[in-house]
Write a protein that binds this ligand. Structure first.
Ligand code: EPZ
Length: 416
């Protein structure tokens, strides 16, 4: 296992490029299962979750290869078994269910366990797919799904679910007749999946709203497609500028999709301006506390909660953070407190009292975004911070120490 060693206190300066969105690339890679013929994807980020996904796709018979900047896939010869050890390692593997049911009428995938941030059930995925005609049985911890054929239906989600919307959308594009997804997730990554499917010939309307309409087609044809930039990675670098009192130009920054984050960071005393070259981020004055509640898009994204809390630790005054999406997404709190932060947690609410400085310490990442937040805290802290179990961060950030080092951070990777 690797760890990052950070000598904090250096204001970050310079330019950083944002890669493709992990949470758009993952469903789009699985959607390639639906397509007759080769699919050429640009801007696929080189992160661990993508490597895991490509391995799973190869294991179920999909040809995948990187050709320079592109990932080329061809799902000519598929078989419907998703191996447990991969599903266990990456929950997003459940996104193979909709496509395999639509393409082969069968799927066997391990019921993913929970993860550190919550139970992560998939009941809404299964209910939605059952509405389209699939039947599921649990066999030895695997969810075995089958269908004679998929027929369009109205699918209402009790709560907006990104993965559930994506799974049902991917099944619906090859189902017979019309499907309406009600209370659908509106995240930009869901929109990107829908746009990719449409580029392959799917008939979809309403992506980005709570009602998505799909008219099934008999097949999809291969195409070339570019993945949208990663708004969460971009937001992480905006916070890196603020927490180190530096000045960073974030290129390929999806500004519109980051509006709730930009508004919150501005309210905390950051100056964030869109320029022709990218988004320029720095402090506009002393950092001030703020309150936030995580919500489905277009609310404040749960995936930026931990990183924003890192900034709150050094803001004047108090901040109240309510995590309404996941039941256990405060694992970064005790690690922040080891660095001198003043935070108390009551259930899904954290109260942060700003301190004048953080002190470097050995800390441990427990999940992807919490780990990224610990790196941010280490950049600001005086002295040395060791962030262990950095494999969590590698799942969603490309070579984070190289990108931060390019901005002047004193940071290096060591093997544990
Ligand atoms: C996606 O996870 C993202 N992952 C998460 O990003 C992100 O935090 C989350 O959406 C919310 O935006 C990917 O896209 C690969 P949900 P997903 O289904 O689809 C409950 C990161 O750091 N729910 O929208 O799993 C669920 O428990 C990751 O990049 C059910 O109850 O999230 C949660 O409380 C972390 N039953 C809420 O809905 C279901 O069947 C939202 O979950 C499905 C979900």
């Amino acid at each position: 296992m690797d760890k990052l060693i950070i000598e904090g206190g250096v204001p970050l300066k310079g330019t950083v490029d944002v890669g493709g969105a992990k949470n758009a690339a993952l469903p789009i890679l699985f959607a390639a299962i639906l397509v007759d013929g080769p699919v050429r994807l640009k801007n696929v980020p080189d992160t661990q979750d993508i490597v895991t996904t490509l391995r799973l796709l190869r294991d179920i018979g999909c040809e995948c290869r990187r050709e320079g900047e592109e990932v080329v896939l061809d799902a000519k010869n598929l078989h419907p078994e998703a191996p447990y050890e991969i599903v266990r390692k990456m929950r997003a593997s459940v996104l193979c269910m909709g496509p395999l049911l639509a393409r082969l009428g069968r799927v066997r995938a391990a019921l993913p366990g929970g993860c550190n941030i919550g139970a992560r059930p998939i009941d809404l995925h299964l209910k939605g797919l059952e509405r389209l005609g699939a039947k599921f049985d649990l066999a030895g911890g695997d969810m075995v799904g089958s269908c004679e054929s998929l027929k369009g239906a109205v699918v209402h989600f009790d709560t907006p679910t990104v993965g559930g919307t994506e799974n049902v959308l991917m099944a619906a594009v090859l189902a017979e007749g019309e499907t309406v997804l009600e209370n659908a997730a509106k995240e930009p990554e869901v929109v990107d999946l829908a746009n990719f499917l449409a580029a392959c010939g799917a008939k979809i309307a309403g992506q980005g709203t709570s009602e998505i309409r799909v008219r099934g087609v008999s097949s999809l044809t291969g195409c070339g497609y570019g993945i949208i930039p990663d708004r969460i990675v971009a937001g992480t670098y905006l916070v890196a500028a603020g927490i180190t009192d530096g000045e960073v130009l974030v290129r390929n920054c999806p500004f519109a999709e980051l509006e709730p984050v930009v508004l919150k960071l501005r309210s905390m005393g950051m100056g964030i301006e869109k320029t022709p070259e990218g988004v320029l981020a720095k402090r506009s004055g002393p950092l001030r506390g703020a309150d936030l509640t995580t919500q489905p898009h277009p609310g404040f994204p749960t995936d930026m909660q931990a990183q924003t809390m890192a900034l709150m630790c050094l803001a004047e005054g108090a901040s109240v953070v309510e995590e309404s999406i996941f039941e256990n997404r405060f694992m970064h709190v005790p690690e922040f407190c080891r660095m001198g932060a003043q935070i108390t947690v009551r259930g899904r609410t954290a109260m942060v009292r700003g301190v004048s400085r953080l002190k470097g310490a050995p800390v441990m990442a427990s999940d992807l975004r919490g780990g990224a937040a610990l790196v941010l805290a280490g950049l600001a802290a005086s002295g040395t911070t060791q962030v262990r179990r950095i494999y969590h961060v590698d799942r969603g950030y490309e070579a984070i120490e190289k990108k931060l080092g390019g901005l002047g951070a004193r940071i290096r990777r060591e093997r544990e």
